[in-house]
Design a binder for this molecule. Structure first.
Ligand code: HEC
Length: 123
């Protein structure tokens, strides 16, 4: 029984370390690809709107940000699927939006890391 307990502790520790590493990688991928224009902090609009609680948020809804007509009228509510398609190819997914200088992320794994990071809703 004692051994079994020890094993559980080791497993949990490894699992936590894994989860932590995934968050770090997501943050790094976000920093490398998105942070020039976006913050995840509430109300912190930069070149792009803040991405606080973006999953489940309606497109074009960050207060005080001047969106394109395309984004405002898109009718999108951001979920994992739409975010993935958008950051894979912003202009293909939503023509005439203002995220044009960003050509997208081809690597699905990197996109997932970024989306998981945004889902964790860091403050
Ligand atoms: C060159 C600057 C730039 C980069 C880099 C960039 N974005 Fe954007 N992003 C924008 C702008 C500008 C908008 C507003 C688009 C519009 O109004 O049409 C936007 C809009 C968005 C929206 C819609 C937000 C809303 O409120 O509806 C999401 C989601 C988004 N970006 C995610 C990302 C992610 C994730 C990355 C990194 C993978 C990224 N962006 C990289 C400039 C950028």
């Amino acid at each position: 029984m004692r051994n079994l307990l020890g094993l559980t502790v080791v497993f949990s520790a490894a699992w936590c370390a894994g989860a932590f590493a995934a968050d770090e990688a997501g943050q790094e991928a976000f920093n490398n690809n998105c942070r020039t224009c976006h913050s995840w902090k509430k109300g912190d609009n930069r070149l792009g709107p803040n991405l606080n609680a973006i999953i489940g948020r309606k497109a074009g809804a960050a207060e005080g940000f001047g969106y394109s007509e395309a984004m405002k009228n898109s009718g999108i509510t951001w979920d994992e699927g739409s975010l993935d398609k958008f950051i894979a190819n912003p202009n293909g997914f939503l023509p005439n939006n203002n995220m044009k200088p960003f050509s997208g992320i081809a690597d699905a794994g990197t996109r997932k890391q970024i989306i998981d990071f945004l889902k964790s809703n860091p403050e």
